[in-house]
Design a protein around this ligand. Structure first.
Ligand code: SAM
Length: 259
């Protein structure tokens, strides 16, 4: 018997209807899917009905089980199985071919994996299950109270959609939180727009104290900002969540020599 490991974020999705809804959300012309964390392979099995799949699993104890379960698909190369830590693999890229990411992500590392996928030029987009609050953050729009750096980054390069909630009882073992499935479809790459490392640093400073004003979070640049606010027709007491992604980019581009 395989026991779920907490430290790998193993909550296996058992609900057939949710599995089917995830599959329905995937575009019909998808040719190659990368799945992070196949676990016991329930989602993998459904994905294989619509596309070629590369599955990356960190837990070596699950590999023999998956090799046995997907013997035929592995033999026919419809499935490639890799025992690796996806976070580390992103340093070299998850694959040399363009791919769509589909996953029920481990909660402990979900946001970082999504950001890495957005930065990976081979990634066309993703449909992932994450903790509901994380999905809300990525899908938030300017003005929403949970619009944060994650929302700014995804807004800049993606079309985004919060698809549906998934209650805890759909998993084995049941997590303590509600989950949700979201879709991010890439429309361009960060490198076409900005130097992503510096921009992320700028966003961290902008959202340092989310309830304070943006001006107070970026007080080191007060003089320049006040001029920019005037030019962009922004009120001086604007709060970080109220500014749209494009305006963040404009501020960054104008300030970047002083940052
Ligand atoms: N896909 C399965 C499902 O839907 O039932 C399992 C999902 S479970 C929430 C997350 C899976 O990701 C686990 O199998 C876990 O071992 C794996 N995992 C955790 N961290 C990982 C990492 N850094 N790289 C690759 N797989 C990881």
């Amino acid at each position: 018997m395989i026991r779920a490991k907490k430290h790998f974020g193993q909550n296996f999705l058992k609900d057939r209807i949710v599995l089917e809804k995830i599959i329905q959300a995937i575009s019909k012309d998808t040719k190659f899917i990368v799945e992070i964390g196949p676990g016991l392979g329930d989602l993998t099995q459904e994905l294989l009905k619509i596309s070629r799949v590369k599955a990356i699993e960190i837990d070596e104890d699950l590999i023999p089980f998956l090799r046995q379960k997907f013997k035929e698909q592995l033999a026919s190369a419809n499935l490639t199985l890799l025992n690796a830590d996806a976070s580390k693999l992103f340093e070299q890229g998850l694959d040399e071919n363009q791919y769509f990411l589909v996953a029920n992500l481990p909660y402990y590392v979900a946001s970082n994996l999504i950001l890495s996928a957005l930065k990976d030029k081979k990634c066309l987009g993703l449909i992932v299950m994450v903790q509901k609050e994380v999905a809300l953050k990525f899908c938030a729009k300017a003005g929403d109270s949970d619009f944060s750096a994650l929302g700014v980054l995804s807004s800049l390069i993606c079309e985004k959609e919060f698809l549906f909630e998934v209650p805890a009882h759909c998993f084995e073992p049941a997590p303590k939180v509600t989950s949700a499935v979201m879709m991010l479809k890439k429309e361009c790459e960060f490198e076409e727009i900005c130097d992503i490392k510096s921009f992320e640093k700028f966003l961290r400073a902008s959202f340092k104290a989310p309830r304070k004003t943006l001006l107070s979070n970026l007080k080191a640049y007060k003089t320049e900002l006040l001029e920019l606010f005037k030019a962009l027709n922004l009120k001086e007491n604007i709060r970080p969540h109220e500014l749209c992604a494009k305006s963040y980019l404009k501020l960054f581009q104008n300030l970047k020599d002083s940052l």
